[in-house]
Design a binder for this molecule. Structure first.
Ligand code: AMP
Length: 218
């Protein structure tokens, strides 16, 4: 049985979360999104969540120790035994070092995107409150406006998906996260994919790459 420990890198709006959800279905490993873990902690008003909120709402990174604590708890759960996809972690070099101390990553995929597309993609994003499905008002709208096709839950715009915060998040990515491309390239475990097609076309590229890397049949 395959054991895959993956990291997806890419700026906000590169489609990491969407592709990760497709990998989950196809390869049966969980998606671990530190953004989702943080949003869940905020919703539950935990101590960590309350600390994280002010950073997230201004497009800054949440302090490393808070994210690491949430991540460690999540990686200890049983469903991670055959691997996982990290979506949104690590976000800077010190998190990459932290990660190295707790597990070995097999493969990192960096999604490259034309910057003009990012703002439009993120500000048009809508998420289902109930099941987490992701839509886009222009590129992948739900059949009924504001309602999830899968579970009829309500769609909402994330607080940090408004244009001003998105611009800050992209700047944070440029300064802090981009150096990770070189970090993983030097270790020989990085592959680059350009995000230039539809969600399905992108997924074809992802799945072929993963099957080749892990020597799985199509
Ligand atoms: P995301 O859902 O990945 O776009 O993350 C949304 C926000 O959560 C980011 O803008 C950060 O404020 C915070 N966040 C998510 N993952 C991390 C991380 N690994 N380190 C620090 N902050 C994070």
């Amino acid at each position: 049985m395959v054991n895959m420990k993956l990291v997806l890198l890419g700026p906000p709006g590169s489609g990491k979360g969407t592709q990760a959800k497709l990998i989950v279905k196809d390869f049966n490993i969980p998606q671990i999104s530190t953004g989702d873990l943080l949003r869940a902690a905020i919703k539950k008003s935990t101590e960590l969540g309350l600390k994280a909120k002010k950073f997230m709402n201004t497009g800054k990174l949440v302090p490393d120790d808070i994210v690491l604590q949430l991540l460690k708890e999540r990686l200890n759960q049983d469903d991670c035994i055959r691997g996982f996809i990290l979506d949104g972690y690590p976000r800077n070099l010190s998190q990459a070092q932290d990660l190295k101390m707790i597990t070995n990553i097999d493969f990192v995929i960096n999604i490259e995107v034309n910057y003009g597309l990012l703002i439009e993609r993120i500000t048009g994003r809508r998420t289902c409150k109930q099941c987490g499905a992701i839509y886009h008002i222009k590129y992948s709208p739900s059949k009924k406006e504001g309602i999830c096709d899968k579970c009829s839950g309500r769609l909402f715009q994330r607080e940090d998906d408004v244009e001003e915060t998105v611009k800050k998040r992209i700047a944070t990515y440029e300064h802090e996260t981009k150096p990770l491309i070189e970090f993983y390239q030097q270790q020989g475990i990085l592959e680059r994919l350009t995000s230039d097609g539809t969600i399905d076309e992108m997924y074809q590229k992802f799945s072929s790459l993963l099957r080749m890397k892990f020597q799985l049949q199509e």
